[in-house]
Write a new protein. Structure first.
Length: 368
């Protein structure tokens, strides 16, 4: 079905309208786990609404603000940050960095010294003190798991984009250089040479890719993160060429696994796994952005836009996106692990839909 720009804009506003409801929805499963597994043993209330799940959502709201300059969207961001600062920030790790990506943009836009000082502190920590794997990779340490010696594809979106953005804002080339290196290292160990798809993780303790899963949302973080990174900072020509090549190879294969209805499965190459909305939105968003930036094939545009229909169908009357898989740790032994992750509305599901629909508007003529 062909959709008009006004239809897509209206749907995007519905996603935003339900965002705050999902943003502040208590995740009892996560909190119960933190009671016994928290690595920092600090106040778990600090983590309740300050994790990657919220951080990705906030980035979507920031992008919407940047497109529209509508101060209502900025108010959502500032109200969130002020609320969380009163509670106190959690310990530093891959996932708790994620809300700072939008904060760094807000700090720059509004010249907010408090926000900027926080971002400076965390960027310095990433560069100097972040736990490392062999070869200097950012170890995927989370709020409840050390994951020693492990690289995960999630890290590029959750942490490395923030470091790169702070390099741009502060004029710190060393931060941008480090971000470039992390992208290159993750390509080295996570991108499958035969298909171009990405494994969820790699461990230096045994030198393997765990269950060998091409997890959907993990792949979509890469599909989206590479264009975001190349749009964010000036990369060296050789690094840019290399990352575009890795992105192009991945997308070539993704197109082959897209279902006729426009969606992708939670295990990209397994038709027996369920169709998943957040990965679908991430793929479509990243593909459209890559096409717009000139390094994706023009015919991929229509493939990505096919996802509009099923995502609209997966959205309820209140604008909440369903068919979204819950936060997913590493499938260490079996690919079936990913098939059993529950489906649940989450802030990142709203955000990925907003990003996809926002990008799609750049390809659809405005209404007369």
């Amino acid at each position: 079905m062909q959709h008009t720009a006004s239809e897509i804009s209206s749907q995007m506003k519905r996603y935003l309208g339900s965002f705050e409801k999902v943003l502040y929805e208590e995740d009892s499963q996560f909190l119960d786990g933190m009671k016994t597994k928290s690595l920092a043993n600090d106040d778990i209330r600090r983590y309740q609404f300050w994790e990657w799940t919220q951080g990705v959502g906030l980035f979507g709201v920031w992008k919407l603000y940047r497109e529209t300059k509508d101060e209502r969207y900025m108010d959502i961001l500032i109200n969130y940050y002020e609320r969380q600062l009163k509670i106190g920030l959690p310990a530093k790790n891959v996932n708790t960095v994620t809300p700072l990506l939008a904060m760094s943009y807000v700090a720059e836009e509004k010249k907010n010294d408090t926000y900027m000082d926080i971002c400076k502190e965390w960027a310095k920590w990433i560069y100097e003190d972040f736990p490392r794997t062999r070869e200097g990779g950012l170890q995927h340490i989370t709020s409840d798991s050390v994951n020693e010696g492990e690289l995960w594809d999630d890290t590029l979106f959750m942490t490395v984009l923030f470091l790169a953005n702070m390099g741009r804002i502060l004029g710190e080339q060393k931060y941008i250089d480090e971000a470039e290196y992390q992208f290159l290292l993750h390509v080295k160990y996570l991108a499958d040479k035969k298909t171009g798809l990405w494994y969820h993780g790699w461990t230096f303790k045994g030198d393997h890719n765990f269950a060998g899963a091409f997890w959907g949302r993990g792949n979509c973080w890469v599909t989206a993160a590479i264009p975001e990174f190349l749009d964010m900072v000036p990369c060296s020509p050789s690094v840019k060429k290399f990352l575009i090549g890795a992105w192009h190879r991945q997308v070539e294969t993704l197109i082959q696994y897209q279902e006729d209805n426009g969606m992708w499965h939670t295990l990209v190459d397994d038709k027996d796994s369920y169709l998943e909305a957040s990965a679908t939105c991430g793929f479509a968003y990243g593909i459209l952005k890559g096409v717009r930036m000139g390094f994706g094939e023009p015919e991929w545009q229509q493939k990505a836009l096919l996802a509009l229909d099923p995502i609209m169908e997966a959205t309820d009357s209140e604008g909440v996106v369903h068919q979204v898989s819950y936060g997913t740790p590493m499938g260490r032994e079996s690919k079936d692990f990913y098939k059993n992750i529950e489906l649940k509305p989450m802030p990142y599901g709203q955000a990925m839909a907003m990003l996809f629909f926002m990008e799609s508007l750049k390809f659809i003529p405005g209404d007369n």
